[in-house]
Design a protein. Structure first.
Ligand code: FES
Length: 121
């Protein structure tokens, strides 16, 4: 079993290796979307198109699947995700494109910390 610790929510869950990170979070009451993106049609329901399910893998980034071509393209093509990726190249992931293989720590909705230390500096 792999442990996923959601840092902001202070919640740890155990999942089978290969479990989708977005699915595991939502099934356990952890929200990966911010604001109006919580509801369809303002998110793509896990198809990797909207980019709103982004998370930071704060610990154990080698314990998740490697980002595929589409995920890398989506992050680079998104104007905000492109800039938020800087300095977090291995950590910023789309949770719907990410399979958990081992223990990880995850920060949800990291890119909407508009007044946090990371945004301005
Ligand atoms: S849910 Fe839209 S990119 Fe993940």
């Amino acid at each position: 079993m792999a442990k996923i610790t959601f840092v902001k929510e202070k919640k740890t869950i155990e999942v089978a290796p290969g479990t989708n990170l977005r699915k595991a979070a939502l099934e356990n009451g952890v929200q990966v979307y911010w604001g109006f993106h919580k509801n369809f049609p303002f998110n793509c329901m896990g198809f990797g198109h909207c980019g709103s399910c982004n998370v930071l893998i704060t610990k154990g980034e080698d314990n998740v699947s490697r980002p595929g071509l589409w995920e890398r393209f989506r992050i680079l093509a998104g104007p905000l995700l492109f800039f938020w990726r800087i300095g977090n190249e291995k950590k910023l992931r789309l949770s719907c494109r990410c399979q958990v293989e081992g223990d990880v720590e995850v920060e949800t909705t990291p890119t909407h910390n508009w007044h946090g230390e990371r945004f301005w500096g």
